[in-house]
Design a protein around this ligand. Structure first.
Ligand code: AHM
Ligand code: MG
Length: 338
């Protein structure tokens, strides 16, 4: 009997190694870092799928049946990523949305040439509703020469990102990453515990969706209100897009990456810089979407060109198909002045 195999099975490990092969001088450090992020994703995924059981096996701050303290999921995700990366000699510093200051590598371990920034569990406010949440990360080269990494190593433009990715814990767990050579998506096969290549070379298709929290519309500028109407087929637009808003940025942007569309979280009268964090949310997601042929902007300038000045700074964000994001810039320039 001859077995016909018409689809190559590619694990994330194989894929990361193949990407490295394009750079003969690569030391393998980035490859190992990415692989550890895939491992973190599997560990976090096994917890997110049990999130609803917290009330059954013990609530946060209490002790579970094994006598261990039950952690908040975002704390667990933060600690998992930190512990997988603090001792490897690959990083000089880390930054997490869950931590006020930069995170130094413990003195007893070597410092390396990379910087890791992460949002351990984005959208964690959604966990109680069984809505998808996710992890976001970016990797940069250090700026300082040697020794412990500094704030300057962390505060870099998105254009300097070497690799970025996200993991969405949804009806299946997917990891999507880019090293600046396109965007590739992997689905976790829980039976074998491996991420398998399911979405090679992702490119944004023709747009179908727009995603924003329209509950805040009365707080938006005229330009953003008119832009939203334009997306709905008014303001001279001859077609309309469908509204989809989950309220979990990774899930919203992931859907738009696969289906085409724009996600925006603009400034409003209550939050002059919007809600999302430049380093932990906007930069990595913008890098990925631009690698998939899209564009990301504050509404006035490209996200990836902005020099951040503070670890937790916020930014308005418009990200998705280029023509839709440029249209937002047009409306803002026309109606909101300088
Ligand atoms: P978080 O980092 O505290 O989880 O907040 C970020 C989340 C995003 O995932 C999502 O896009 C946004 O907050 C939703 O905010 P809102 O409820 O204001 O629409
Ligand atoms: Mg977040």
């Amino acid at each position: 009997m001859s077995i016909k195999i018409n689809k190559r099975i590619v694990t994330i490990e194989r894929h990361i190694l193949d990407e490295q092969a394009a750079f003969p001088d690569a030391s393998g450090t980035l490859t190992a870092l990415l692989y550890d992020m895939a491992l973190a994703a599997k560990l976090i995924s096994s917890h997110t799928t049990r999130a609803g059981l917290a009330d059954v096996i013990g609530a946060t701050g209490t002790v579970n049946v094994q006598g261990e303290e039950v952690q908040l999921l975002d704390e667990y995700a933060h600690r998992t990523i930190f512990q997988l990366n603090d001792h490897t000699g690959r990083l000089c510093v880390m930054g997490s949305e869950e931590e006020k200051d930069i995170i130094s590598i413990p003195d007893k371990y070597d410092c390396g040439k990379y910087v890791l920034l992460f949002d351990p569990l984005d959208g964690s406010g959604n966990i109680d509703y069984n809505v998808s949440v996710g992890t976001i990360f970016s990797i940069l080269r250090r700026k300082s020469e040697s020794g412990p990494g500094t704030l300057e190593d962390v505060l870099q433009k998105g254009a300097e990102i070497v690799a970025a990715g996200y993991i969405v814990y949804g009806s299946s767990t997917m990891m999507v990453y880019s090293t600046g050579n396109g965007v590739h998506g992997f689905t976790l096969d829980p039976g074998i515990g491996e991420f398998l290549l399911s979405h090679p070379n992702l490119r944004l298709p023709q747009p179908k969706f727009y995603s924003a929290n329209q509950g805040y519309q009365s707080r938006w500028s005229e330009g953003i209100q008119r832009y939203t109407r334009w997306l709905r087929g008014e303001e001279g637009n001859t077609r309309s897009l469908s509204l989809r808003y989950i309220g979990s940025m990774i899930a919203d942007i992931h859907r738009n990456l696969l289906g085409g569309g724009v996600f925006y979280y603009p400034a409003d009268t209550k939050s002059p810089n919007g809600k999302l964090r430049m380093l932990f949310e906007a930069q990595p997601m913008s890098f990925i979407i631009e690698q998939a042929g899209g564009y990301a902007s504050t509404g006035r300038q490209p996200i990836l060109d902005i020099q951040p000045t503070a670890l937790h700074q916020r930014t308005p964000l418009f990200v998705g198909n280029r023509e839709l994001v440029e249209k937002a810039e047009e409306f803002i320039a026309r109606y909101d002045g300088v």
